[in-house]
Design a protein around this ligand. Structure first.
Ligand SMILES: [Zn+2]
Length: 599
């Protein structure tokens, strides 16, 4: 693979459009902004520059281009990021290129090939006639079969296995893709999926990573549904069925409807309700919610009408409450599941979507339905059911609202309920902490930030560089990257007595200081965002403040070091080190005076 492929992909894609698929960006002047997906923050410091085609977080220091972003947010290596972006850009990659291959991409290729193979069998094989009949009877259109690449796994122990081996995949690889099972006795493998209707499960980019498989046999032969096991590419708590098809629509509608089954999801899409994904019968995990949150904070749960459905709904919802997402619950008016409901009456289903109740309202109503609130026992039980849910609401205002509601309903003072909550929270095992999806990256330290701001101010207002040159030596920047750039800036400025940023950047490039040259772009981005409307007087003030803070920081660090040394000397008090002791003490007094002057 050549650099030109990477360049071509970069040229065809716009960084804002690419990142928007993962996070919600807001326009901010010429740039875009968002809360950083890589560290926890309330005020957005994650910036994207369409002009420079870079992103940078001023909170944690992460940054780069589209490739770096996809690698980081998807937790993948370069070959996969390249595939994802090449697909978006419509750039053809040569498959045999070893730079594009790693273990994971090999498994993705196997799954893609398998999905296509099962699909072809379903459409063309005479043996799949009964499956085609079944789909017709379930009113699943040819278009939907095509869109979701439904397939049929032949009734054979090694059909797929032999097919894939002919495509030069190893037995080991086919097994690792989750498509075969190891024989219990002896060696060898056999096909995992036999004589089943196949639902390829895709990741958000449309890569097939696993399969769901439904038996069509009347007599019970194993489970009705079986799934691929977790593999290197299939992590069940990070995949939602249909999300690759639904993501654009979810963004447009600013809401997602979560159903349980594959066919619920397919029926909805077929009926033109396209912001629908399926949880495949498991409770929503933090990973699922993180995926959804990239596109919307509004979730509508549409589960089956049986008790298991209600329980599954509850389990997912508790996690969502902690993530501060808005959850509504849709109550089906007809049909046992969304699939039936949509087929019976699409408009009634859409009406139910519109009238979905906020989750807590739904949960309150349902709970009270089962209790007789004139009885003390039932009041206690209602509180016992509802309080644990209320505790989990991350938003304080909302929590207080529902606490009031409960107090009113069971005619108990709010204080008593609050006391109960305090006890619940204190008891071991209770989830006191908010679940956070991010937080893998630490915020940058205060003085790194101040250094960054100072450099940014100087580059954005070069007429003030002389002010810094007089006051500040490079050593006052505690980070190497910053002091190096500042040193070069001072040298350049002293020689030229004026400043031209593109010339300065060119010079850095020509001296092979690419990292510093790229850092300039980031600093300018910070300047545009934070300082573009500063008045001249404030600019001076801002710069002086930051110079002062950096100086004080370095002096304080020096003082601490001297203090340490003096302590050691005092412990071993000998005549030899008396001299050293005196020098250090003098230095200490000197620095303390300097520090005082700066305060
Ligand atoms: Zn960050």
């Amino acid at each position: 693979m050549t650099d030109s492929t990477i360049e071509e992909i970069k040229n065809r894609l716009d960084i804002v459009e690419v990142l928007q698929e993962f996070i919600q960006l807001r326009k901010s002047g010429a740039n875009f902004k968002a809360p950083c997906p890589f560290h926890n923050e309330k005020t957005p410091s994650f910036m994207v520059s369409p002009e420079k085609q870079i992103w940078h977080c001023f909170g944690c220091g992460e940054g780069g281009d589209i490739f770096g972003f996809v690698m980081k947010i998807e937790g993948v290596e370069f070959p996969e990021a390249l595939r994802i972006l090449a697909k978006k850009a419509g750039v053809e990659l040569r498959r045999e290129d070893p730079a594009l291959q790693n273990k994971r991409t090999r498994l993705l290729d196997i799954c893609k090939l398998t999905a296509a193979y099962y699909h072809k069998v379903l459409l063309e094989s005479p043996k799949a006639e009964f499956v085609r009949e079944y789909l017709k009877s379930r009113k699943i259109d040819p278009d939907a079969i095509e869109q979701f690449k439904l397939g049929y796994s032949p009734d054979s122990w090694d059909f797929l296995f032999e097919f894939l081996k002919k495509k030069e995949y190893s037995e080991e690889e086919i097994f690792l893709a989750g498509l075969t099972v190891k024989k219990e006795k002896g060696v060898g493998y056999y096909d995992r999926f036999r004589n089943r209707l196949m639902f390829p499960i895709n990741d958000i980019h449309g890569n097939t990573v696993g399969f769901g498989a439904r038996t069509l046999q009347k007599e019970e032969q194993g489970a009705k549904y079986i799934n691929s096991p977790e593999t290197l590419i299939y992590n069940k708590s990070h995949i939602l069925y249909g999300l690759d098809q639904a993501k654009t629509s979810i963004r447009k509608e600013d809401s997602v409807i979560v159903v349980e089954g594959y066919t619920d999801c397919i029926s909805a899409h077929q009926a033109g309700i396209t912001n629908v994904v399926a949880s495949s019968g498991t409770a929503l995990t933090e990973g699922h919610l993180k995926l959804i949150k990239r596109h919307t904070s509004n979730i509508i749960m549409a589960f089956d009408r049986d008790a298991a459905g209600a329980e599954a709904a509850k389990r997912g919802i508790e996690v969502a409450l902690m993530q501060e997402m808005n959850i509504k619950v849709l109550e089906l008016l007809s049909g046992k599941d969304p699939d039936e409901a949509i087929k019976e009456n699409k408009d009634a289903f859409l009406k139910a979507v519109k009238e979905a109740k906020p989750y807590l309202q739904y949960y309150f109503d349902n709970t009270f339905k089962n209790f007789d609130l004139s009885r003390v026992e039932d009041k206690k039980r209602a509180a016992a059911v509802l309080l644990p849910i209320i505790v989990k609401i991350a938003n304080g205002i909302e929590q207080s609202h529902w606490l009031k509601e409960l107090a009113k309903k069971i005619d108990v003072s709010e204080e008593i309920l609050k006391e109960r909550i305090r006890k619940t929270v204190k008891s071991p095992g209770a989830p006191v902490q908010k679940v956070t999806a991010e937080g893998s990256v630490k915020p940058i330290s205060r003085f790194l930030k101040i250094g960054e701001e100072l450099l940014s101010l100087l580059l954005y207002f070069p007429e003030q560089i002389s002010l810094a040159v007089k006051e500040l030596v490079p050593e006052y920047f505690i980070e190497q990257k910053q002091s190096f750039l500042y040193k070069n800036l001072v040298i350049y400025y002293t020689k030229k007595e004026q400043f031209n940023i593109s010339e300065f950047q060119q010079q850095l490039f020509s001296e092979k200081n690419d990292e510093s040259a790229a850092y300039l772009d980031i600093l300018l981005l910070l300047g545009e965002e934070n300082f573009s409307d500063l008045a001249e007087l404030s600019v001076k003030q801002y710069i002086k403040e930051r110079i002062n803070l950096l100086k004080r920081n370095v002096i304080s660090l020096k003082l601490k070091a001297i203090e340490q040394k003096i302590k050691v000397l005092e412990e071993q008090k000998t005549s030899q080190n008396q001299e050293e002791f005196d020098t250090l003490s003098q230095k200490f007094i000197q620095l303390t005076n300097q520090l005082r002057q700066l305060e």
